[in-house]
Design a protein around this ligand. Structure first.
Ligand code: NAD
Length: 295
């Protein structure tokens, strides 16, 4: 398979590397030339522009920050839809709103291409290990075709429903993640303020009813867990500004469906306040500092 891969950031870079390891021919493009160079050193073809990247591609994968980037990449005069030269399977893995996903999907189908939205869960560690969860929305045929490619990057492949359903499922999950990360930080700081060791407290909660993914895989308190952003100055990982984007998507979706999401709304306010402390590009587990007495 000849795959064109767009967006080589914290997630896209290790994802593209896993496609290479699986033996695919991968052509990569990012606005940042250094990101392209990093992948060419691992065996990818580097492209200088969108046209070169998509020529003869069987599959296009995009992993961009937000909806505005995705729309521009596909619909701009010099975008992907202007340059595809054969019928292509398009997989957008970015987390964006379901409506934009459907717009891109409709554009693809009108031009004779198949499309699925396939946002991911699992973080940079999952992207690196090739154990991501892909949450797909789209026609069954396209989803079945995509599975062969996505299995090189992920361990769990779900078909959530029609086009856009992957995005709805993803933002429900990330709203819960924001609540869990804030709640875990709050509990750990309460323990610290009362003289407990956060490592001991984490071990207790891991074996108790407060156990959750953030404690298992992504402890927010520095020094408790190795190889997570909190033990690396909150660098790498999933940026606060991207969590705020996802919480806005969740709140917009909640408003549109008349759902009650008070915990999500509280998490959104916490993350907004947190971002005002110059933390936009830190990992989202830095919400822990929001509770700390010294921050
Ligand atoms: P990132 O900001 O690290 O990377 C995005 C990359 O896209 C950057 O390298 C940027 O230069 C590139 N880009 C932007 N516009 C482009 C264009 N028009 N053409 C080519 N490249 C372009 O972001 P990330 O953390 O990799 O996240 C990507 C997406 O995945 C986001 O939607 C995010 O919400 C989602 N996500 C992230 C994580 C995580 O842990 N980081 C986990 C799950 C989902």
């Amino acid at each position: 398979m000849h795959i064109a891969f767009f967006g080589l950031g914290n997630m896209g870079s290790p994802m593209a590397a896993n496609l290479l390891k699986a033996g695919h021919e991968v052509t990569v493009y990012d606005l940042v030339p250094a990101a392209v160079e990093k992948l060419t050193m691992q065996g990818a073809n580097g492209a200088d522009n969108v046209a070169d990247a998509v020529t003869d591609a069987d599959v296009v994968i995009s992993m961009l920050p937000a909806a505005s980037h995705v729309k521009a990449l596909y619909f701009n005069d010099d975008g992907i839809f202007s340059h595809l030269n054969k019928s292509t399977l398009i997989i957008d893995c970015s987390t964006i709103d379901a409506q934009t996903a459907k717009q891109v999907g409709d554009g693809a189908e009108k031009a004779g291409h198949a499309f699925i939205d396939a946002p991911v869960s699992g973080g940079v560690a999952g992207a690196t290990a090739g154990t991501l969860t892909f949450i797909m929305g789209g026609e069954t045929n396209a989803v079945e075709q995509a599975k062969a490619i996505l299995s090189a990057m992920g361990a769990n492949l779900f078909h959530a429903g029609p086009m856009g359903a992957g995005q709805i499922a993803k933002i429900c999950n990330n709203m819960l993640l924001a609540v869990l990360m804030a709640g875990t930080s709050e509990a750990l700081q309460l323990a610290i303020d009362n003289g407990l060791d956060p490592k001991v407290m984490s071990d207790i909660m891991l074996q108790s009813s407060g156990c959750n993914w953030t404690l298992q895989k992504y402890n927010p308190c520095p020094g408790v867990m190795d190889n997570v952003p909190s033990s690396n100055g909150y660098q790498g990982g999933f940026m606060v500004q991207l969590m705020n984007k996802d919480l806005s998507l969740a709140m917009d979706t909640s408003a549109a469906s008349g759902s009650a999401t008070p915990m999500g709304a509280a998490a959104q306010q916490l993350y907004r306040l947190h971002q005002r402390n110059d933390t936009a590009t830190q990992d989202f587990s830095s919400i822990f500092n929001f509770y700390s007495r010294n921050s």
